[in-house]
Design a protein around this ligand. Structure first.
Ligand code: AQP
Length: 329
């Protein structure tokens, strides 16, 4: 069975974008791949997080993984810091990464261009940690949204560089990107990705949003004045995004939805999208409420840490030996 690894960083509450672009795919993959899914808590602290909020977001993320259908009997689910090898291999990767490579990473470039002050060294070097996250498990595939492809490409370069320098050590992973739903856009500004850190809160649907609020956000989503229901991503990005959301959640082709609503007003289509989203959120929230009040999270994390550590420690030890970091008696 081929191996697959992915993670989410809960810098806030998980979003519909996380669900469509990542989580629901993990659930589909867990039957066909040996899945490792982690909560990337180290990646959260490249920027300051309120400790209480962070801890709650991490707990909620694990509960949501389970509520969305990840099955601990099929997938290994763990918290990044429970497996110490991540930080250690992350440093080793940083010592094999060039400054130019990190300077070209989109997130760093965007923040620099915006003139952001007080950027941390972690924000610059996190792609090295991300490479370590993947390489520790010798993952063949990494399912990611469109925006994360660059990280897997860097990971491939680093794995190949390490293998060339020190001998075959790491599996070179491949990104796996879904065609529909790879990049869900903000409801208030469809030129931007739907993100947890949405400043206005209007453009982003959180998986734990009250259903009435989620409906309101969809009904007030920014569209256009063209007034025709069709698939024109360039000129009707907001409408396209809504259709893509509904298509992802129902597995209906986008054109099928267009055909059903063609000639009707945007309000009707928005109502349909809101129904579909609220159905999904309602199911997830019911399961979440059961899990968050049980001991399941503790058990899942303890089992996951044991299984993940056994594999990660083995890979880390091999890498350290190849580099010459070990003292032989
Ligand atoms: N809008 C999205 N559409 C499709 N996929 C998405 N993903 C995130 N947002 C969307 C996918 O979810 C996985 C985990 O991403 P992440 O939450 O760890 O990181 P991110 O993409 O940086 O998330 P945010 O919400 O944008 O975080 P902030 O606001 O903190 O910067 C990835 O596979 C990602 O592609």
């Amino acid at each position: 069975m081929k191996r697959m690894l992915s993670g989410i960083k809960p810098t806030g509450q998980l979003t519909l974008g996380n669900y469509i672009g990542a989580l629901r795919n993990f659930v589909n993959y867990q039957d066909d791949y040996e899945m490792f899914v982690f909560v990337a808590n180290l990646h959260c602290i490249t920027e300051y997080q309120d400790p209480k909020d962070l801890s709650k977001n991490l707990t909620d993320a694990i509960a949501l993984y389970l509520a969305c259908g990840l099955d601990p009997k099929k997938a290994t689910i763990f918290l990044q810091t429970d497996v110490h090898a991540h930080a250690e291999l992350g440093y080793i990767m940083a010592c094999n990464t060039y400054l130019g490579e990190l300077s070209r990473m989109t997130q760093f470039k965007d923040k620099t261009a915006k003139g952001e002050k007080n950027m941390t060294a972690g924000l610059y070097t996190y792609p090295c940690l991300m490479a370590a996250d993947i390489l520790l498990y010798n993952a063949n595939y990494v399912p990611v949204g469109e925006d994360q492809k660059q990280h897997v490409e860097l990971t491939r370069d680093l794995a190949q560089r390490f293998n060339n320098k020190y001998g075959e050590t790491f599996v070179v992973p491949e990104p796996l990107i879904n065609k529909v739903g790879a990049r869900i856009m903000s409801l208030s500004d469809p030129s931007k990705k739907m993100s947890k850190s949405d400043e206005t809160n209007k453009g982003c649907i959180y998986l734990l949003d009250d259903l009435a609020l989620a409906r309101k956000k969809i009904m007030s989503a920014v569209t256009d004045s063209i007034g025709v229901i069709q698939l024109d991503k360039e000129n009707q990005a907001g409408l396209y995004n809504l259709i893509e959301i509904a298509s992802s959640l129902t597995n209906r082709p986008m054109q099928d939805i267009v055909d059903e609503f063609a000639g009707q007003g945007y309000g009707k289509l928005k109502g349909y999208v809101a129904d579909v989203v609220c159905d999904t959120l309602g199911t997830i929230q019911n399961r979440y409420n059961e899990i968050i009040h049980s001991r399941q999270i503790e058990e899942v994390l303890s089992d996951g840490a044991k299984k993940a550590s056994a594999i990660a420690d083995n890979t880390l030890n091999t890498a350290k030996e190849k580099i010459g970091l070990e003292i032989k008696y």
